[in-house]
Write a protein that binds this ligand. Structure first.
Ligand code: FRU
Length: 495
């Protein structure tokens, strides 16, 4: 069917059928990366939430599993996290020494008339995350007063040997600790102020990261906001600071730059939301691994697919660096994507003046590619990469010197009318790097583009729905000639 052919991604996770939103409960155990997700199995729009499930040995090819957690008398199952309870601190391992997986999620109960109750519950698995039993004394955190009170994300605090949990409560993050994952004590609150962005706070994540190339460690807090993102709608902001076992405090220097210019977004594109990290997986250099929901509440329920709705982003490695401009997160596609590289086209020293075609579909399937490029002396130049097809759908992206920003323009990218918020504006991401040269990695799938500029310092992810596959990839400059040092295009052979 044409929907499958045209829109089912080649290398991004989608459920076989029905509605999906946030990634949930990611952990790594016994050779498998686990990904759960907000799932409404009976429809292609949001509804009573379950936890769907998928597993992978490399985070690139996924195998969907049966639904892991179903709604119960306390409500439907909203977002949350899962940890491998290695020491059986919960005592929920079935036989002595069995290692249980503990999931913590929000039970959401809707009484109608806008009255809802959100409480936190846990469930445990003694078969490596396949099936879960609900804990008998749920909820583990009750609540009668706070309207938005959700998305528990557990981290192991290795410095203090206890579990830490971050919870979103409308306009603040509440931190808890626990020794056994069952009894939780409120530690402190981190409140929204004028340096943080508006919109209901959701899906927090607090974790420690090494600062690249130093002996220093910092703590990073992700806070997703449903509305108010840099290019409209949903987006994820982050804060860099310190956590002393009780309080999270923003780093003084970081706070200063935040005041000057709030551009601390995990991703400036419109389609990376509610991203959180794998609870117990890191790269060799100590970076975290994460994945996001590749859509936006502005239009997610209206995107033009019927069988399924929404995909996840390519999983990313998230590291922290510090330079003259202060701390900044850097995100790059996970390493394992490289092992799917097939045919490679490499061109060097391309002088671009006007439109230059780089490659056409006769040599490569553009909808499954990884492109790396470098250009010397960006200077005062602007350029536009262009994906196009025979019916004149075009997706434009590149760098605008006038705005000192990267951009994605999907105004003519195919089906756009399903929501006026989808393509009414060009999305921009200010360039923060002061490097003379510009390097970038571009991931293209059938319905998405992910841009990693300046080694992952600025990232943009957006989706699109062309009427036919894109068949030509070109680059254009106006006014100034540009020298593209090199560009290499790798076919990704995922299936
Ligand atoms: C974020 C979110 C979460 C909530 C879930 C419900 O997209 O609103 O806060 O737990 O989706 O599906």
């Amino acid at each position: 069917n044409t929907e499958e052919e045209l829109y089912r991604p080649n290398f991004h996770f989608t459920p076989k059928k029905a509605w999906m939103n946030d990634p949930n409960g990611m952990f790594y155990y016994n050779g498998y990366y686990h990904l759960y997700f907000q799932y409404h199995p009976d429809s292609n729009v949001w509804g009573p939430m379950h936890w769907g499930h998928a597993i992978s040995t490399d985070m690139i090819t996924w195998s969907e599993q049966p639904i892991a957690i179903y709604p119960d008398e306390l409500g439907t199952i909203f977002s949350g996290s899962a940890v491998v309870d290695i020491s059986n601190s919960s005592g929920l391992g079935e036989v002595e020494k069995s290692i249980p997986i503990i999931a913590m999620y929000t039970n959401h109960k809707d009484f109608g008339n806008g009255k809802v109750k959100q409480v936190q519950s846990i469930a445990y698995s003694n078969d490596e995350g396949k099936t879960f039993k609900k804990y008998e004394n749920n909820p583990v955190i009750d609540n009668d007063t706070i309207k938005d009170f959700r998305d528990p994300k557990i981290t192991w605090d290795e410095d203090r040997h206890k579990w830490i949990m971050s919870l979103a409560a409308g306009d603040k993050i509440m931190f808890y600790d626990s020794k056994n994952l069952k009894n939780w004590n409120l530690l402190s609150e981190f409140k929204k102020d004028k340096n943080s962005k508006d919109g209901v706070w959701e899906c927090p994540d607090l974790f420690k990261l090494p600062v690249k190339g130093t002996e220093e460690f910092k703590w990073v807090l992700f806070v997703s906001i449903g509305t108010g993102g840099p290019n409209g709608g949903s987006s994820t902001q982050y804060f860099v600071g310190d956590f002393d076992g009780t309080n999270f405090k923003i780093d003084k220097e970081f706070e200063k730059s935040l005041k000057e210019n709030h551009n601390y977004w995990l991703d400036f594109g419109k389609d990376n939301y509610a991203g959180v990290s794998w609870s117990n997986a890191r790269t060799k250099d100590g970076a975290k691994l994460m994945i996001g929901w590749m859509s936006n509440w502005d239009y997610a329920v209206k995107v033009p697919t019927e069988t399924w709705r929404s995909a996840m982003t390519t999983p990313r490695k998230v590291a922290l660096k510090k330079d003259d401009n202060g701390y900044r997160l850097i995100s790059t596609p996970v390493q394992d994507l490289n092992k799917y590289r097939g045919t490679k086209f490499k061109k060097e020293n391309i002088a671009v003046n006007g439109i230059t075609k780089i490659i056409g579909s006769e040599s490569i399937d553009l909808a499954s590619t990884e492109i790396n490029f470098n250009l010397n002396n960006l200077d005062d130049k602007s350029f536009t990469f262009k994906l196009s097809n025979k019916v004149n759908d075009t997706l434009l992206f590149g760098y605008s010197h006038a705005k000192k920003s990267f951009f994605i323009d999907r105004k003519k990218s195919g089906k756009i009318k399903f929501s006026e918020k989808f393509a009414n504006k060009i999305s921009y991401a200010p360039r923060t790097s002061t490097n003379k040269n510009l390097s970038g990695t571009i991931l293209i799938d059938k319905t998405s583009i992910e841009l990693f500029f300046d080694e992952g310092e600025t990232v943009m992810t957006e989706i699109f729905f062309p009427n036919q596959p894109f068949s030509t990839f070109s680059i254009e400059t106006k006014n100034r000639e540009l020298l593209l040092d090199y560009i290499e295009i790798n076919q990704l052979n995922i299936n």
